[in-house]
Design a protein around this ligand. Structure first.
Ligand code: GDP
Ligand code: MG
Length: 441
């Protein structure tokens, strides 16, 4: 995997006081092979290695402190550059409905994206109508209706029994309806094929001409590897697009398609899709993706998701208590439940820096461990939760029985809890922010 390969090649540089040009060449050769193996398009790899080599030579010559670190920095910045730098804002109509049209191969994730976009836009306070212009695949209309229902937005679909139906007409009438009802954003779902084909492209062009989209979002499955280049150029030259959505970034192919598509098509990546659920979706940020590829974790995304899904007030209360060293097991449990709401522990841990290398261990992470902790805390009396120091042998035995665990499990939890409490108390003292009570929220 790309992340592992890159961190492997940096390992030799770390901690070296002096770098020669040969060291740089050696590292860049490894990076080049890692990128090619991750299906990054050749022209993109060429540009990347040329730019990095120049700057890395410079860093080596400058005899600056810790040149290895600098090379990592250079690679990071170049990744950000290739991924497109700053994320641009979406184009919205100044008057009347904004139209987003989705394009891409069958199975790329368009219909799923329609739901994600719908929910996201609705949460931003806009009214949304999803338009079912995929009349190709049986069940496609129904799928959009289900997704729209989940997202809590309206769906415009041809009446059953209308015969074959004309996707262009559906798009046109959907937009007319949105205009009449004062709907803010129309998302037009379209049909894809398994491969690029002229009929599909002609249909997409006809829909485009009928509704004049403000954004045409090309949805690209990040798992497709080398085909990503061919598919994206075909869509660029066919219907054309204003932005890219990378789907299935939760899969194993970390980075290849993402790195190629911007360089190959020139269009910015606007969103990343990271799962089948409606919330598995985020704005694409080049610096975060670069961090992910370099296995620097993705703390910003984690924080954003945490903010969205956690109870702010509750989280702050717990943080304040923790920093002042007054954490109780009740807080611990509530924190655990909040974290769990973020998704599986595996996914959460995967976004924390340094955890990427523990992926194998994460595979074996036992979600039931969280259940065990919860059962143990629930078997304690309020007094025990507030003050673990009263937990003598007989209390521990009672708790183990009550929670269906062993005394060893209970001891382990108490130990970990006390260590966490002590550590966070120290952090609170060091940062000089007792309680953090004045944090804005
Ligand atoms: P469409 O043919 O382009 O409309 O693709 P769909 O939206 O029907 O998605 C095809 C399949 O991919 C479905 O099973 C989706 O649940 C799945 N899918 C879509 N987006 C993602 C994603 O970001 N991650 C994962 N793991 N699966 C996805
Ligand atoms: Mg579809």
């Amino acid at each position: 995997n790309l992340s592992d390969r890159l961190s492997q090649s940096f390992k030799q540089l770390r901690g070296r006081g002096v770098l020669t040009e040969a060291d740089v060449d050696n590292t860049i050769g490894q990076i080049r092979r890692a990128l090619l193996d991750a299906d990054v398009a050749l022209p993109v790899v060429r540009q990347f290695t040329t730019d990095v080599r120049e700057k890395a030579y410079g860093a080596a010559r400058s005899k600056a402190l810790n040149p290895g670190q600098q090379v990592v920095r250079i690679v990071h910045d170049e990744l950000v550059e290739i991924l497109g730098g700053e994320t641009r804002e979406l184009h919205f109509a100044s008057r009347g409905p904004t139209v987003f049209m989705l394009a891409g191969l069958q199975g790329a994730g368009k219909t799923t994206l329609a739901g994600k976009l719908g929910k996201w836009l609705r949460e931003e306070g806009r009214s949304v109508l999803l338009v079912a212009s995929d009349l190709q695949r049986p069940g496609a209309v129904h799928q959009l209706q289900v997704v729209g229902g989940r997202a809590g937005v309206g769906v415009w679909a041809p009446e059953p029994g209308d015969g074959v139906g004309d996707p262009v007409e559906v798009a046109r009438s959907g937009l007319a309806h949105a205009l009449e009802s004062g709907i803010d954003v129309v998302v037009v779902d379209t049909a894809g094929r398994l491969g690029v084909d002229q009929e599909m492209m002609d249909q997409a062009i006809a829909i485009r001409e009928a509704v004049h989209p403000h954004e045409i979002l090309f949805v690209l499955d990040a798992m497709v590897g080398q085909d990503a280049v061919r598919t994206s150029t075909a869509f660029r030259d066919g219907v054309g697009f204003t932005g890219v959505v990378l789907s299935k970034l939760d899969g194993d192919a970390r980075g290849g398609a993402a790195l190629s598509v911007r360089g190959v098509t020139g269009a910015p990546v606007l969103f990343a899709s990271t799962g089948e659920g409606l919330d598995d979706f985020e704005r694409f940020h080049a610096d975060r993706m670069a961090g992910r590829i370099l296995d620097m974790g993705d703390v910003m995304t984690l924080i954003e998701q945490a903010e969205k899904r956690m109870d702010q007030a509750e989280a702050q209360k717990v943080a304040a208590k923790a920093m002042s060293g007054e954490l109780t097991l009740d807080d611990f449990l509530s924190q655990l439940q909040q974290v769990r709401r973020l998704g599986s522990m595996k996914k959460v841990l995967g976004m924390i820096p340094g955890m990427g290398q523990m992926r194998d261990q994460l595979e074996n992470f036992d979600e039931r461990e969280v259940d065990r902790v919860e059962a143990i805390v629930r078997s304690m009396t309020p007094a025990e939760r507030t003050d673990v120091s009263i937990l003598n042998g007989s209390r521990r035995a009672r708790i183990a029985r009550g929670s269906g665990t062993t005394v060893t499990d209970v001891n382990g939890l108490v130990k970990r809890f006390e260590a966490a409490k002590a550590m966070m108390g120290q952090m609170g003292q060091m940062s000089g922010m007792p309680g953090m009570g004045s944090m804005p929220g």
